[in-house]
Design a protein around this ligand. Structure first.
Ligand SMILES: C[S@@+](CC[C@H](N)C(=O)[O-])C[C@H]1O[C@@H](n2cnc3c(N)ncnc32)[C@H](O)[C@@H]1O
Length: 198
């Protein structure tokens, strides 16, 4: 099975390069790696600068019970695209040979990272419920360096309005710490909102 990605990670990498974020301190963190298609792109980019990618996922497609349009859960969508394959096996195959990936197979709400770890870029595309988006932000933001950025996929996507609610609240609550806000279009009619830290 081909390691798909559903974001358009090239746009994220262009955003990083345009701001030369890769020259800042720290690594990349991705919450929601799925089949690893995006992780591979981030890691291929990061290795050129001796950076790592921390990839967090439960690799359990059924776990996200966020209900979208037509009553279908996110988990059911992930299962359908996997066509019976194991998510973790597809991910492992896709990422094989990239030794700068740190895979954390866990619920993002249960993850704690070393206090000294720093990131120049974080990407949130895990569980699409408000409390998860908030908790994923809380995991990354304190470890994000100044001028680094965090992106939220599905910021605008009719299926999962809780992402918009969560991100709008995060922006309102942290406006003093945010230097720049950029919305970029991804695949389909879905956007990613990026917050650059002051
Ligand atoms: C939309 S998919 C990610 C797609 C990926 N960014 C791409 O474009 O290929 C969301 C992923 O988040 C994972 N996920 C859902 N809830 C999670 C949680 N609580 N902790 C960690 N991962 C979670 C799912 O297993 C799924 O792989």
């Amino acid at each position: 099975m081909c390691p798909e990605e559903y974001v358009g990670y090239e746009n994220l990498i262009r955003f990083i390069e345009d701001r030369a974020l890769q020259h800042l301190d720290g690594d990349i963190i991705e919450i929601g790696a799925y089949m690893g298609g995006g992780t591979v792109k981030l890691a291929g980019f990061a290795r050129k600068y001796n950076k790592k990618v921390f990839a967090i996922d439960t690799f359990d497609p059924g776990i996200d019970r966020t209900v979208g349009r037509g009553g279908v859960t996110a988990g059911e969508v992930y299962e359908a695209f996997l066509e019976g394959s194991s998510m973790f096996e597809v991910y492992e195959k896709a990422t094989r040979g990239l030794d700068n990936i740190v895979t954390i197979r866990a619920d993002s709400r249960q993850v704690s990272l070393p206090e000294a770890q720093r990131f120049f870029f974080g990407f949130v595309d895990g569980c699409h419920q408000k409390t998860y988006v908030e908790s994923d932000f809380t995991l990354i933001w304190p470890l994000l360096v100044s001028r680094g950025a965090i992106g939220f996929h599905d910021y605008r996507f009719d299926d999962w309005p809780e992402v918009t609610l969560a991100v709008d609240k995060i922006v309102a609550d942290h406006k003093e710490q945010i230097k720049e806000i950029v919305e970029i279009k991804g695949r389909g009619d879905v956007s990613t909102l990026l917050l650059v830290k002051r």
